[in-house]
Design a protein around this ligand. Structure first.
Ligand code: AMP
Length: 255
């Protein structure tokens, strides 16, 4: 066996050894109600470091566009919460799936009525959506005391959402849901900025509808302008047309 072959064999062995070690640091998780794992694995060794939060707020008039089995409950009249996501300045995404702690509603029972109204699921039982957001994103928010643990994570998110007053701010500026009028995306963002909530508009796949408004939030839970390198990456802003629909909410029964 020549030297080069030996080096190749040693390299392959080392590669397998590292993979085995890595797999020991990972815990495989239980599944959510959909039988789809929220996280395929947890990275138990991750330092859970992140730079800021991305608060993602959905517009129910667009959330079901192009989706099957999507149903907006009739009590929903304004923007609802999608999630609060630890994010990284160096990347498009922050850490996800940081530790395995099943959703336990007993830990945040006092928040549930507010969550049902402000953080409803449009697809499956609320708990499944909350479980997804908690496991995928909430478990990575541990290093900030205001979001450490299920109660703090959900409660801080609700508090941030309630401070935004998004629907009213847009309404006061003649941006109201319509299926026939389009609005300039930059103008919507300008209005938000003028009201000290510098949000970024995210659009549906076709680029024609306002799907979400996303806010960069610092670790003291203040809404701040997004770092320049994050503006277009966050996340689907750059697929918006210059003029977009802010459609009325359609209620239909779950099929
Ligand atoms: P995330 O993984 O946090 O980026 O969230 C994306 C997932 O959340 C997708 O599977 C979406 O279908 C789901 N999702 C987003 N909004 C809702 C909602 N209002 N109700 C239920 N699931 C949702």
């Amino acid at each position: 066996m020549n030297v080069l072959t030996r080096i190749a064999i040693y390299t392959i062995c080392l590669f397998y050894f590292i993979n085995v070690i890595h797999s020991f640091s990972i815990i495989t998780i239980n599944k959510n109600g959909n039988n789809k794992p929220v996280c395929k694995k947890f990275n138990a060794t991750s330092p859970h470091s992140f730079d800021y939060f991305l608060l993602s707020i959905q517009w129910p008039g667009s959330a079901c566009i192009g989706q099957q089995n999507c149903h907006v409950p009739t009590f929903v009249k304004e923007f609802t919460i999608h999630g609060l996501w630890p994010n990284s300045l160096k990347d498009v995404m922050g850490p996800t799936c940081c530790y395995n702690e099943a959703l336990n509603e007993k830990l945040f029972s006092s928040l549930i009525p507010t969550m049902q109204t402000n953080w409803p699921s449009y697809y499956h039982p609320n708990e499944q959506f909350w479980d997804h957001e908690w496991l995928k994103h909430g478990t990575c928010a541990k290093n900030v005391s205001a979001t450490n643990g299920q109660f703090n994570y959900f409660s801080s998110t609700l508090q941030l959402h309630s401070q935004l007053n998004l629907f009213n701010i847009l309404q006061r500026n003649q941006i109201v849901p319509s299926d026939s009028i389009t609005y300039n995306r930059d103008k919507i963002e300008y209005i938000l900025q003028k009201n000290n909530i510098p949000g970024l508009v995210a659009c549906t796949k076709d680029g024609r509808h306002l799907e979400e408004i996303r806010f960069c939030v610092d670790k003291s839970l203040r809404v701040v302008p997004c770092a320049p390198n994050q503006v277009n990456d966050v996340h689907t802003r750059n697929r918006c047309s210059s003029d977009i629909y802010y459609p009325t909410i359609k209620y239909k029964s779950l099929n």
